[in-house]
Design a protein around this ligand. Structure first.
Ligand code: NAD
Length: 251
């Protein structure tokens, strides 16, 4: 059995600069302090919107305009938010240490806006669009977000572009998950930040890291079902937990 929760302080923090490979596994809670709502807990967006109407392929096929309007709103609300000190801390960690890998479940692009190099965006991005014929349009410009149609298809038959995110009932990107699994298998330290561990198969990475013998630390103000996988649990928001665990002022 794991030990009871320690107080909100690092009891046995490893000297992170001495480690070779560290995986930061982030979830919606990392963006909470920027004002982006999480799925679960107070203020979670699925309390106000049924995912069956807004976030699955069937809903998109049934009423693309309604689904695209919803995602346009989500982009606008994320655009109005800014990365916080926790995001900036990760960027500074990467500047100090070449072995910091970031695997995120977030689709909001805030890590990238903070200058963080993200190794795997497991559930895609609100900021990319996908054509059923031409695939992901990584270079989608404001015009495509506005026209909602693929510019590489003949205008008369151009299909709706859907957000390049993993909706409910979608399959995940198997190649991307394999790449993330490789990073997890290599990690000496695995830090779960702001994730409830309830969304599968992404949630399996914490179990996988533990099985592979990584040291496990969680940063999350609240307990959840996955907490028992971690050796140490920092009951702090991400902006405080990250600098507590990874001080930058060491020589
Ligand atoms: P989740 O909503 O299931 O859980 C969020 C977790 O963050 C909770 O355990 C909560 O206690 C914790 N948390 C809240 N405030 C925090 C803070 N300040 N610091 C640290 N932790 C905090 O999130 P999830 O596990 O990422 O799963 C939800 C799924 O929803 C993901 O697949 C993700 O793709 C998607 N999602 C993404 C966003 C986003 O991109 N910002 C937002 C909502 C949902």
């Amino acid at each position: 059995m794991p030990p009871p929760n320690p107080p909100a302080a690092v009891t046995s923090a490893p000297d992170w600069l001495q480690l070779q490979r560290i995986v930061l596994f982030t979830g919606a809670g990392l963006s909470a302090e920027s004002g982006v709502p999480t799925y679960r807990g107070a203020g979670g967006i699925w309390r106000d919107y049924r995912y069956q109407d807004y976030a699955c392929q069937r809903a998109f096929e049934h009423d693309p305009v309604k689904v695209l309007d919803f995602h346009a709103l989500r982009r606008a609300s994320v655009q109005a938010c800014a990365p916080h000190a926790g995001h900036a801390h990760i960027r500074q960690m990467q500047a100090r240490h070449p072995g910091i890998r970031v695997i995120t479940q977030n689709i909001d692009g805030l890590l990238q806006r903070a200058g963080v190099a993200v190794d795997a965006e497991l559930h895609g991005s609100l900021w990319r669009l996908r054509c059923p014929v031409h695939g992901v349009q990584a270079d989608a410009a404001a015009a495509e977000f506005a026209s909602r149609r693929c510019r590489h298809c003949p205008p008369a038959t151009a299909p709706w572009l859907r957000p390049d995110i993993t909706w409910f009932e979608d399959a995940v990107d198997a190649d991307l998950f394999e790449h993330a699994a490789m990073l997890v298998d290599d990690a000496e330290l695995f830090v779960g930040i702001g994730t409830s561990g309830a969304v599968w198969p992404a949630a399996g990475f914490a179990e996988r890291a533990r099985r592979r013998g990584a040291r496990m630390i969680e940063i999350n103000p609240e307990d959840n079902e996955a907490s028992a996988l971690y050796d140490e649990r920092l009951r702090l928001p991400a902006s405080q937990g990250l600098p507590a665990l990874f001080p930058l002022d060491r020589p």
